[in-house]
Design a protein around this ligand. Structure first.
Ligand code: ATP
Ligand code: MG
Length: 398
């Protein structure tokens, strides 16, 4: 007698995965083993309708992290179905599509916190007709689940719910994002490859700029530089903001970089080198022969260690604001130019033209400022920093 072929058992593991962590992976692994699942599909949600769009990391980035996380597990696959779908994405539509494309027996894996909110999902009854729901225990959400068991929806579809108790992994993406943004370690809470990707690409560092404590930074800078220098700084901030609006830059980055660009300028000359050593700033021959530019490198280090800035673009805008460099970012160019064209600068040769150029062509303005700096350095028998020389060659050709 022919035996009926066993139906494939597929489970959908949905989530925002912002980022994916061991809580998700262990829940899926235990569920797959317990219920003989042949394939678990990890599917990062599009823009979840219940989360603010701007607060969710773009889909392609969450997809990369999810792929890195499941690498090497033959039970796990990743799908971009929801990320690709336009408009609102609902689990019921995804499950419907899976039933048409894959068929077999379908499961949905959720933590008990998510399952407890099922009544608020889109068309929960249709969803429960399409699949069984594996409700995995999650630390801290057992009460919510018990509440849900009192609902009509649960009672009506009780046989569709499969409860699974697992050793709790008390980690959440929210906690991971917070830790990463605060520069704290996220080690041992998610796969190492995902951790490295997050750190290398600074996926969650952006937020730390919005946490920048302006009041504290102002107090700090006022006591670190002379009143004259502080006034110049405010002039650079105003000019940088104006250029930022004109050239469509990132206002937050530009404003912070402009504010901190000279934060090391008040360091007394005789302790400048000691401070560099203390903050791990390595100075090459070229820089040691160019004492006036040391403050840009030390400034970047102070911005990081003392003012809590981790955004590399902001740090680079501080790090190269005096010498410039080849291939500057928009933030870097704006701070570099604003330092030269701010309203408080005393009139000198080339300033009027620089002020005109920043409004017309930022690259030309950079070149113009560099050329004038080179002339000034030659006239005064100073040595030119190789970064400025490279920058000038670069912007001459640009
Ligand atoms: P966020 O803090 O951003 O809400 P999260 O950690 O809750 O993130 P989600 O992407 O919202 O992760 O969760 C996707 C699914 O994984 C949900 O069903 C959720 O209940 C489940 N889940 C998440 N973390 C755990 C965990 N630590 N243990 C068990 N299940 C979990
Ligand atoms: Mg969640």
């Amino acid at each position: 007698m022919l035996q009926k072929k066993k139906e494939k058992r597929t489970a959908l593991m949905g989530g925002t995965f912002d980022p994916i962590h061991y809580g998700h992976l262990s829940a899926a692994q235990f569920a797959a083993e317990e219920f003989n699942i042949d394939e678990v599909i990890f599917m990062p949600a599009g823009f979840p309708y219940f989360k603010e769009k701007s607060q969710v990391t773009p889909g392609d980035i969450r997809l990369v992290m999810t792929k890195l996380a499941v690498k090497g597990n033959s039970l796990f696959t990743v799908s971009d179905m929801e990320i690709k779908r336009q408009g609102e994405t609902y689990t019921v539509d995804t499950m419907d599509e899976l039933s048409r494309t894959i068929g077999g027996e379908l499961f949905l894996i959720t933590g008990s916190d998510a399952a407890a909110g099922l009544e608020k999902w889109h068309e929960p009854e249709r969803l429960l007709q399409l699949c069984s729901v594996i409700v995995v225990s999650r630390p801290g959400s057992d009460d919510e689940w018990e509440e849900f068991r009192k609902t009509e929806l649960y009672k009506q579809y009780e046989d569709r719910f499969l409860r699974l108790m697992i050793p709790g992994v008390d980690v959440s993406s929210t906690e991971l994002r917070k830790r990463a943004a605060a520069g704290k370690s996220i080690k041992y809470l998610l796969p190492e490859e995902v951790e490295n990707y997050i750190l290398k690409n600074q996926i969650y560092n952006k937020n730390s700029l919005s946490d920048f404590d302006w009041e504290k930074a102002k107090m700090k800078l006022i006591s670190a530089v002379s009143p004259k220098r502080y006034k110049h700084t405010l002039g650079v901030v105003d000019e940088a903001k104006r250029l930022c609006a004109l050239w469509n830059g990132d206002a937050q980055k530009v404003e912070i970089a402009a504010f901190l660009h000279d934060c090391a300028k008040g360091v007394p000359k005789d302790i400048m080198l000691d401070m560099c050593r203390q903050y791990g700033v390595e100075l090459d021959e070229d820089t040691l022969n160019n004492f006036p530019v040391i403050h840009q490198f030390l400034g970047a280090a102070l911005a990081k260690a003392e003012y809590g800035i981790s955004d590399e673009d902001v740090l680079n805008a501080i790090r190269y604001h005096t010498t410039g460099r080849a291939g500057m970012s928009l933030t870097e160019k704006i701070v570099f130019c604003a330092d030269y064209t701010e309203a408080g600068r005393k009139d000198h040769d080339g300033l009027a033209e620089a002020r005109q150029l920043v409004n017309e062509d930022l690259d030309k303005a950079v070149e113009h400022i560099l050329r004038h700096t080179v002339e000034y350095i030659k006239e005064n028998n100073f040595t030119l920093h190789s970064l400025s020389e490279e920058a000038l060659n670069y912007y001459r050709k640009a």
